[in-house]
Write a protein that binds this ligand. Sequence first.
Ligand code: C5P
Length: 236
Amino acid sequence: MELGKLLYDGKAKQIYETENENEIIMHYKDDATAGNGVKHDQFAGKGILNHTISGIIFDMLEEAGIKTHLIKKLSDTDDLVKKVEIFPLEVIVRNITTGSFCRRTGCQEGLVLEEPIFEISYKNDEYGDPLINEDHAVAMSLCTREEYAKIKASTLKINELLKEFFLSLNLKLVDFKIEFGKTADGEILLADEISPDSCRLWDVNTNKKYDKDVFRQDIGDLIETYKAVLARMENK
Ligand code: C5P
């Protein structure tokens, strides 16, 4: 399929127009960024790895009844997806404490939470994606209260499905970020990607990190790490 006009050039993905106004093409780039773009590098093959990993996860979620934007894979790096208006929210779930939660609160690292923590941040680079709550999101017209409730319920279901999926790969789902969008008909769909860029994954036995923290913290080879995640999926 021909790529149409470039509509959006993001940190790790590009969005292209298609001939159908309700469909767009999502292209995975080889770029990795951290710290709101402060740290930036390119890794040959990263786009293919994240596209493949995210595709397997989205297919699993669809089979479990989660509605996603994915229509079909077009190539190693490109998907045809439903055009949605993305809610400007980073929707985050934490099962084990680490990352910005510990930095912000001083909470001990590595606590296994009895109940997942559900968080939203306002997706806005200029303000550093600030943590907000439901009232803020509604007051700022980022979503309605009803949409917030649907997003939260769907996210907690996705957390359960992802936790079980990764556990079957001997990986603990520490936390993750997802994004939702709304179609012209008002249907809320899981959008964007789910990959080691957007999840923290720790080996069940060793707590070794299998995610973008290896790049953020300079503690490992990103491509080898992501290949290892994909290998666990393919050997399942
Ligand atoms: O940095 P923080 O601890 O808030 O990240 C929580 C989770 O959300 C991590 O899995 C991280 O990879 C993901 N995240 C993301 N994109 C962001 C912020 C966080 O994918 N802009």
